[in-house]
Write a protein that binds this ligand. Structure first.
Ligand code: IPM
Ligand code: MG
Length: 329
């Protein structure tokens, strides 16, 4: 995809491939080797293949592939994870949600990515386990700024999701949100929802949402749910950004070990992540739009992978689907 973009638009991209996750554990014993970190730090952008798999999932394992991904997010300081959700009309049938509810769905989840329960102290002994959830005010403020600026550039609506009726971190999240939006973004319409209610509203009135901002774990859970609006987990891309233009780009899905090696995975989430990479890290907006429209056109013309094929539509392999998108480029 990037090579095609380079040819067509007169760019040159330098690629450097490094190991992370299970492949890195196999080769080095570490899920995130030092040379991978160095290469990522040295790059304008990082495109990540999903990590994880049964080979490395033993609960007693000392190292796990996911640790490599979390460490990479932390060392790159990419605290803001953008997960856009759009419905392509031709794919309505692929969604389990009633088609009339999908009209005008165009939302983006801004997930806090380097704090919360993912990164707190963990403790385990024979009959108890602990995961600590901590948020600092500055961590909440900086993700709110990203979300509020984004809302300003879109439909001006921000929905903050927390569990302030139970969790202390959520009470801090809500206080900080109410204060910051009232003082610095009075033009924005703020709605706050508890996460359990948000999970329901996301399905009962998905088109009402514009920008949703939430903490790390709630964002993880709600975006898998939101992918069902689009029709498949294999459709949603993401961009993870920090204070600089350097970003980490990855599909929101995992490595789908259940279909590994069959050549049937949907490459859309990764291809759309490449578009986000061009836009956010390389400021190549026209090129990003070219990829997004190629994907849409290929799908409009009938290209489907197995996860989004309905009513007897023929499913293409991962490679064939990619060729169909390349043909539109
Ligand atoms: C995601 C994934 C990861 C996460 C896993 C693989 C650690 O589910 O990016 O949503 O939980 O953040
Ligand atoms: Mg997830």
């Amino acid at each position: 995809m990037l090579e095609r973009i380079a040819d067509r638009h007169g760019h040159r991209f330098d690629f450097d491939e490094r190991l992370v996750g299970g492949a890195a554990i196999d080769a080095t014993g570490q899920p995130l080797p030092a040379d991978t970190v160095a290469a990522c730090r040295d790059s304008h952008a990082v495109l990540l293949g999903a990590v994880g798999g049964p080979k490395w999932s033993d609960p007693g394992a000392a190292v796990r592939p996911e640790q490599g991904l979390l460490a990479l997010r932390a060392v790159l300081g990419v605290f803001a994870n953008l997960r856009p959700v759009r419905v392509i009309d031709e794919l309505r049938a692929a969604s389990p949600i009633r088609a009339d509810l999908l009209d005008g769905v165009d939302l983006i989840v801004v997930r806090e990515l380097t704090g919360g329960i993912y990164f707190g102290d963990k403790h385990r002994d024979a009959d108890s386990a602990t995961d600590v959830c901590t948020y600092q005010v500055h961590e909440i403020e900086r993700i709110l700024h990203v979300a509020a600026r984004l809302a300003r550039s879109r439909r001006g609506r921000l929905c903050s999701v927390d569990k302030a009726n139970v969790l202390e971190t959520s009470r801090l999240w809500r206080e900080t949100t109410d204060r910051l939006i009232a003082t610095e973004y009075p033009d924005i319409t703020l709605e706050t929802l508890l996460v359990d209610a948000a999970a329901m509203h996301l399905l009962s009135r998905p088109a009402d949402f514009d920008v949703i901002v939430t903490e790390n774990m709630f964002g993880d859970i709600l975006t898998d749910e939101a992918s069902m609006l689009a029709g498949s987990l294999g459709l949603l891309p993401s961009a993870s950004l920090g204070d600089s233009k350097r970003g980490l780009y990855e599909p929101i899905h995992g490595s789908a070990p259940d279909i590994a090696g069959r050549g049937t995975a949907n490459p859309t989430a990764t291809i759309m992540s490449v578009a986000m990479l061009l836009r956010h890290s390389l400021s190549l907006d026209e090129e990003a739009l070219a990829i997004e429209s190629a994907v849409r056109t290929a799908i409009t013309k009938g290209a489907r992978t197995a996860d989004i094929a309905t009513d007897g539509e023929t499913a293409l392999s991962t490679d064939q689907f990619t060729e169909a998108v390349l043909a539109e480029l």
